[in-house]
Design a protein around this ligand. Sequence first.
Ligand code: GNR
Ligand code: NI
Length: 167
Amino acid sequence: MSILPILQYPDERLHKIAKKVDAITDEVEKLIFDMSETMYTAPGVGLAATQVNVHLQIIVVDVSETHDELLVLINPELITSEGKNKFEEGCLSVPGIYDKVKRAEKITVKALNARGEEFNVTAEGLLAVCIQHEMDHLLGKVFVEYLSHLKQVRIRAKLKKRLRETF
Ligand code: GNR
Ligand code: NI
């Protein structure tokens, strides 16, 4: 297994749209292992393939404190959503930035698991927030795009400054 580099906002590749996976090849399996290791090491509660510059519809999520409830969602589709909730979000592609985002409170998503079997997951709380955040990544959307234009300008300036200071 290996830890993959995570694209950092504002990187244009974070806006690419992920394609459907049509077969769980050895390559896809390896990617799922590497994404899980990358997420747990970061540490984060979710990771979308887009963030590691692979533009396929693959998400890994684990919101458990014990790191033993890995959820793999391939080709996820939103089936139902209800209610509204505001939750403070962060993103491994936008380090150090946290802000509130309004999303559906409860969702049901259909997806394939790592063995290519179809399943449904109904989620609330952090899990629902996280799945919606990851599904956005697959559509090329980063959570900061829900914030005001002014906040986005400030975030971009801050992250670019930090990049300059690092290199
Ligand atoms: O680790 C993460 N924490 C988090 C907290 C609140 C809402 C969403 C998230 S997802 C984030 C990991 C990440 O960037 N996934 O794309
Ligand atoms: Ni993210």
